[in-house]
Design a protein around this ligand. Structure first.
Ligand code: PMP
Length: 367
């Protein structure tokens, strides 16, 4: 489609590029294609712009939102909040975001800049306690006239927008790229690897690639597509439960993935296998992505890559890794903008290896 003038910033949600990670693929000895969907290029900076826009527009259609009266309240790890606050600024709704303390200052700053009120909640509060980000959002809703929670954990528009936008964009990019001698392609999406928070992304992508297990349409893109979920150690989303038990109670710094409950929108039966990752490997992978591929991604993108590295060592993963043309898609949910002041990023960014240039720079400065 040729470029068009958009009505407002919401027109620039999604439509993100799919890029090859050839240098990393080479380092890993992969024969398959390693591809990444760059969701930090969405207008609000993350994959969650899509669901914020979808949930707000669906609520408007249902007559649930009234400009000037409705107060949109949402518990989030920040990115859904940023998408919501942006949509609310554009459409004229007040917005309150409840955000666990562990989430970055950058997210809070972006939220406040977009005109939202931000309420911090204790990270350690159980999801169903009155002090959690979900509990506080509910209390606020009961007290604030016009208060409405669109609820990303239950809202069908969350997985649905990934089924109808994120998924088809990936499929279109893969189908439209011809297979060549130097860059062979199966012409299909063979594997999707992504982190899970609400689980909307992974559930929607699974349906986009191979339909719903209970209600599979007659024609699906690739019924054999393998869907791999990445879950931080300390979270309980992975299946079988045994995977989670090994690190019961572990605390993770990575933001946006992992929970202490299974959200309704996460259909775990649509995920073929789960990989557990820890902070250290996620942040090391962020550094690799920045230095090797020039990608300024956030922590959960590092989790997606380190999850992929582990998956390629499984039996199913090895087969794919050694097959030229197989297309493995990683979802990079947000960018480094959200984490610039986080200690993990500062150490990743600042820990440049000294090189021959370091000595030359030092001697030039002395002259
Ligand atoms: N990564 C980041 C940075 C996120 O903010 C989110 C959303 N919580 C995810 C991954 C996971 O997306 P989903 O909620 O669709 O599972």
């Amino acid at each position: 489609m040729s470029p068009q003038i958009l009505d407002n910033a919401l027109g620039a949600v999604g439509n993100t590029p799919l890029v090859r990670l050839d240098k990393i693929a080479k380092q890993l000895g992969l024969k398959c294609n390693l591809l990444a969907k760059l969701e930090f290029l969405s207008v609000g900076g993350s994959i969650k712009d899509r669901i914020a826009k979808a949930m707000i527009e669906a609520a408007e259609k249902e007559g649930k939102l009234i400009p000037g009266q409705s107060v949109v309240i949402e518990p989030t790890s920040g990115n859904t909040g940023i998408g919501m606050a942006m949509a609310c600024a554009i459409k004229g709704y007040r917005c309150i975001i409840t955000l666990p303390n562990k989430m970055s200052l950058e997210k809070e700053a972006a939220l406040r800049a977009l005109g939202a009120e931000v309420v911090r909640t204790p990270t350690e509060a159980a999801w169903d306690s009155p002090e959690s980000h979900i509990g506080v959002a509910k209390k606020l809703q009961s007290r604030i006239p016009g208060g409405i929670i669109l609820d990303q954990y239950r809202n069908v528009n969350n997985p649905l927008i990934h089924e109808t936008s994120t998924g088809p964009e990936i499929i279109d990019a893969v189908i439209s790229t011809p297979s060549t001698k130097s860059q062979p392609s199966s012409g299909k999406v063979d594997v999707v690897i992504c982190g899970a928070g609400t689980g909307g992304t992974i559930s929607g992508l699974s349906r986009a690639m191979k339909g719903d297990r209970d209600d599979r349409p007659k024609t699906v893109h690739n019924p054999d597509c393998i869907i791999v979920g990445v879950d931080p150690k300390g979270s309980i989303l992975a299946v079988p439960e045994l995977l989670n038990a090994a690190d019961d109670g572990a605390v993770y710094v990575v933001e946006g993935i992992g929970y202490d409950f299974v959200p309704d929108v996460l259909s775990r039966d649509l995920v073929d296998s789960w990989i557990k990752t820890d902070d250290e490997e996620s942040f090391a992978a962020v550094s690799t992505l920045m230095r090797t591929e020039g990608l300024l991604v956030g922590g959960s993108s590092g989790s997606a890559l380190s999850g992929a590295v582990k998956w390629f060592k499984t039996e199913a993963g090895q087969k794919v890794a050694q097959t030229p043309g197989k297309n493995v898609v990683l979802i990079f949910a947000d960018g480094i903008r959200n984490y610039m002041s986080k200690p993990w990023f500062l150490s990743v960014a600042m820990e440049a290896e000294p090189s021959e240039l370091t000595a030359t720079i030092a001697s030039v400065l002395k002259e």
